[in-house]
Design a protein. Structure first.
Length: 589
């Protein structure tokens, strides 16, 4: 088959290299002479080259043009091709390609969570030296006319002394015990710029750092987890929506999504020793702060650990993934629904799950043997019954689920420095594979122990289109729209401000994207028409230049656009005692 040529990768998401000779499905063919990229339609059952995310810059040019999965579902003959990956979920795996998970969003300062899924030794070190919780919040205001508001609007304490509840000393409503806030973040705001609705500083964290996972926004509240606490703020003014919830031990996992009635599940450690497990579950109502059911995740079989877990929601089903299995619970009651366990003769160990409109499972099979491979399955979220199975060729590891409906999967081959993005139909059959020759750069958190299938921001799938940001080498990058029917590029648009931008979501027939701040301007929210005709970005919000340094300096961040407001929050606390760490920032008009 004709293979598209490729230029030498420059780092970041890009084309893999070092293709071996030989054929067979699942094994690449030698590259043709270099030239202009071509994107021929993939032959039936044989995907064309995708893209991937290597961590180390490739040493030699050359595309990697094989597909990662066999021609049929589990049980049908598999095409040859070695699989040299680590044996299953629970083993550290860091593919050495440019743009591997953990790559910051384009132009940004961090990814969703660069420390998620740390090895056990790191986990043990992170619980040493627990510190008292404290924090400072800044409530800010500014007239809609852009005039300066000289009145101090909050109080600050330089030496926070937490109360018995563990809540920050200054709750952000002017009732704290510190001095007056000398800074109005909206001072000097220009006409047409958004205003800072509120800004929160983080509670103290241990010197080894702490997780700050999740950010959930409802019609009333914006809720954020940090170290051992869960904070809730009114979306309009940042005042505490309910008293912060202090957990007995540090938070170790959360459901990134919320239920239809605005509830989430928080997991925290069973203790503070290096033998502690991430197995304590708590349901929380985001609007009221009311606690619901609690549950303890049971240990699995030998080597099936709950040192770290991953959680996802599919309708009313909460799926909790251990290192080699999973357990499903009814999220409304906390009752166990089913277990997802080892299966097959290989055998196959389920170790990663993705939720949403569908429940997907990834299993590692035949560890260390000739039949070593990954399998992707869709499960019935109520019963665990398998709906379909897609068997990947040996050597290919399923890393990310960019979408569960439609199903869009990103996989890698470490031995061949190869990457691949493929779409599947609702019945699990091959649909298309991305053939765009480009360095893409969505922001994906680290996934060492766990695959963290849904740990990427800056990638959007809507209908039959995949939207991905390119890597910015200097200045502006682009967002590329890719057809899920053909794998080909539909259109691309350049960032309007000379800085990197990343897609957030599709609303009202337009792709909403975030443009990073520059040295002389705050960030922007833009809307890009996705239909026919022009795709010129239109500005929805221009953030103030006076706050650009704060906006651009989150250690690692998660961002969201909800009801005309823009939110940034950190996903990791460094534990730096030299200055107060940022927790969350909200802009509005």
């Amino acid at each position: 088959m004709t293979q598209p040529p490729n230029q030498p990768p420059q780092g970041g998401f890009g084309a893999p290299q070092d293709p071996p000779p030989g054929g067979g499905f699942g094994a690449p063919t030698p590259p043709p002479p270099q030239g202009a990229p071509q994107t021929p339609p993939p032959p039936a059952g044989a995907p064309q080259p995708g893209y991937g995310y290597p961590q180390q810059a490739p040493q030699q040019p050359g595309p990697y043009n094989s597909g990662p999965y066999a021609s049929g579902p589990y049980g049908q003959p598999q095409q040859p091709g070695p699989y040299g990956q680590q044996p299953g979920y629970g083993y550290p795996t860091q593919p050495q390609f440019p743009g591997a998970p953990g790559t910051p969003p384009p132009g940004g300062t961090g990814s969703r969570n660069p420390f998620k899924g740390k090895p056990a030794l790191v986990v043990g070190a992170a619980v040493a030296a627990l510190l008292l919780i404290g924090g400072t919040v800044w409530a800010v205001s500014g007239g809609d006319d852009g005039k300066k508001d000289k009145k101090p609007v909050a109080q600050q304490t330089d030496d926070p002394k937490p109360d018995a509840s563990g809540a920050p000393v200054n709750p952000g409503d002017g009732s704290g015990d510190g001095g007056e806030d000398p800074e109005d973040l909206n001072e000097g705001r220009q006409a047409g710029e958004s205003k800072v609705l509120w800004y929160k500083e983080a509670p103290d964290a241990p010197g080894s750092g702490a997780e700050a996972p999740g950010m959930w926004v409802t019609g009333k509240t914006a809720v954020k987890a940090a170290y051992k606490e869960l904070f809730a703020y009114n979306v309009a003014d940042g005042k505490p929506a309910w008293e912060a919830i202090a957990f007995p031990q540090k938070i170790c996992a959360v459901t990134q999504d919320k239920t239809a009635d605005d509830k989430v599940v928080i997991a925290y450690m069973s203790g503070s020793s290096d033998r502690a497990k991430c197995n304590q579950l708590q349901l929380v109502d985001l609007d009221t702060g009311e606690k619901g059911w609690t549950q303890e995740v049971a240990e699995g079989a030998l080597f099936d650990s709950v040192l770290s877990i991953e959680m996802s929601l599919t309708g009313d089903t909460l799926m909790v993934g251990r290192s080699q299995s999973g357990t499903a619970y009814d999220v409304t009651s906390g009752k166990k629904l089913f277990d997802s366990k080892k299966y097959g003769d290989a055998p196959c160990f389920p170790g990663a799950f993705a939720g949403g409109e569908r429940l997907l499972q990834v299993a590692s099979c035949g560890a260390g043997g000739d039949n070593e491979h990954d399998e992707l399955r869709e499960l019935d979220p109520k019963t665990g019954k398998v709906k379909w199975t897609q068997k990947f060729d040996k050597g290919w590891r399923v890393e990310r689920a960019y979408s569960v409906d439609p199903v869009v999967i990103y996989s890698t081959n470490e031995d061949k420095k190869a990457w691949n993005i493929s779409a599947f139909t609702g019945s699990g059959t091959f649909r298309s594979q991305v053939t765009v020759d480009e360095d893409f750069a969505p922001g994906c958190g680290w996934a060492i122990l766990a695959r963290d299938l849904q740990g990427c921001e800056g990638v959007v799938v809507d209908g039959d289109t995949l939207y991905l940001p390119t890597k910015a080498t200097t200045g502006a990058n682009e967002i590329v729209a890719i057809s899920l029917d053909s794998g080909k590029e539909r259109w691309r648009v350049k960032s309007p401000a000379g800085e990197s931008m990343q897609p957030l979501k599709v609303e009202g027939g337009k792709l909403v994207a975030y443009v990073d701040p520059s040295y002389d301007a705050g960030g922007q929210i833009v809307a890009i028409p996705v239909g026919g005709g022009s795709h010129e970005p239109a500005k929805l919000m221009q953030n103030p230049q006076g706050v650009a340094d704060i906006e651009n300096s989150f250690f690692s961040k998660s961002i969201d656009w909800v009801d005309g407001r823009f939110y940034i929050s950190t996903t990791r606390l460094t534990g730096n005692d030299e200055s107060k760490e940022k927790l969350m920032l909200a802009y509005g008009k």
